[in-house]
Design a protein. Structure first.
Length: 384
């Protein structure tokens, strides 16, 4: 899909269940979102995977350089705004890792965790990036292709189909987009910023990476108090050269943080369905006796069920109302009737659901629920 973000028309691919925790995958210089294809396929079974093409890359529009890392970070935050995504885990490869660090600095509440792959806090010397920018502006992408590919993958992998496809990504990159992003790398330095970031982080690096070597990854690990994985037999783009190993590392890190994610996702959905005021009152009224119960229902009912993407909220709302009516749980039934203002279930659909209750749970159960519904609908009309 394409979304407008400021002066850009940004290209982004989204996969995975709606409502699942979001994971943003940011590609490297001279590639596109397809450098993450294997990881997106693996992660989208459990996560909402968002892959934008960076400014000047892929199918995103090209603006004149030089670019700046803060601009690239705000581009990605704008994509999240366009997708109504409040926050996400952010994984970045090479320049994508620099953009991820910039996002965490600019909008720390929107970055749940960092996964930094073959990147660094700074990638000197600046003169190297300015020279690359000059070369591609004057001679096109072919002027740097051989030197770049020599660093991206190991010699034994260079003729593999995946590597040849990677080369095509590079050659098809707009020279001005590449140059502008290279100039952003030249001026980027997070050595004083990244150690101040307070969030979970995982660092991944190809064992044979010469551009951002293991020493750079270790520096990131120490700065963030992060975990570190070194991918054997891989150079600068292990997402292509060792896709399964990288996918496994990312999945393991995300899964280790899943419990807190489930609670946060559940709290968000609970507020969206039942209303901010109701949930705030319920949590504020919790005591030592029932605080654990509040956490349990937020994580299990709301984070584990309502936050799933396989049914929309209107459908879940109708199912919930039918079950509560069948069980005679009228207090909860009234609560979820009021929540239909947020879920979209209407009176006609609720009446149809009560017919199912009458057939499968008995006429008395349906009759009692209909009385409750009529009272709640009258109340909602008076307060609307």
């Amino acid at each position: 899909m394409f979304v407008r973000v400021g002066d850009l028309v940004s290209h982004v691919q989204v996969s995975g269940p709606t409502g699942a925790p979001a994971v943003v995958l940011l590609h490297s210089l001279g590639t596109s979102l397809h450098v993450w294809d294997a990881q997106a396929e693996a992660l989208s079974r459990r996560y909402r995977v968002i892959r934008p093409d960076l400014r000047g890359h892929g199918l995103t529009s090209v603006t004149p350089g030089p670019y700046h890392m803060a601009t690239l970070a705000r581009d990605v935050l704008g994509v999240l705004d366009a997708l109504s995504t409040a926050n996400a885990h952010v994984a970045g490869l090479s320049i994508g890792g620099l953009v991820a660090q910039a996002m965490a600095e600019i909008a720390p509440r929107r970055v749940r965790s960092l996964i930094l792959c073959d990147t660094a806090m700074a990638i000197p010397p600046p003169a190297n990036w300015h020279e690359r920018a000059r070369l591609v502006r004057e001679g096109g992408m072919a002027a740097v292709a051989e030197a770049v590919m020599a660093r991206w993958v190991t010699p034994g992998f260079r003729d593999a189909p995946a590597a040849l496809g990677l080369r095509q990504m590079l050659l098809r990159t707009d020279p001005e987009g590449y140059a502008g992003a290279a100039e952003a790398i030249a001026t980027a330095d997070f050595t004083a910023i990244t150690p101040k970031l307070k969030l979970p982080a995982h660092v991944i690096v190809g064992a044979l990476d010469e551009s951002t070597p293991v020493a750079s990854a270790t520096a990131l690990q120490n700065a963030l108090g992060a975990s570190l994985a070194i991918i054997a037999d891989a150079a600068h783009i292990p997402t292509i050269e060792r896709p399964r190993a990288v996918s496994a590392e990312i999945a393991a890190f995300l899964d280790a943080n899943a419990e807190s994610d489930t609670y946060e996702a559940g709290l968000r959905v609970r507020r969206e369905v039942l209303g901010e005021a109701h949930v705030t009152r319920a949590l504020a009224a919790a005591s030592e006796f029932d605080r654990g119960f509040q956490e349990f229902i937020t994580r299990s009912a709301w984070g584990g069920v309502w936050a799933r993407g396989d049914l929309d909220r209107r459908t879940r709302s109708l199912i919930t109302l039918a079950l509560l009516a069948a069980l005679g749980q009228h207090e909860e039934f009234r609560l979820h009737l009021r929540a239909t203002r947020n879920t979209g279930a209407n009176a006609e659909e609720i009446a149809a659901a009560m017919l199912h209750v009458a057939v499968y749970a008995g006429v008395p159960a349906a009759n009692a629920a209909i009385r409750e519904a009529k009272a709640v609908f009258k109340e909602m009309e008076q307060t609307s």
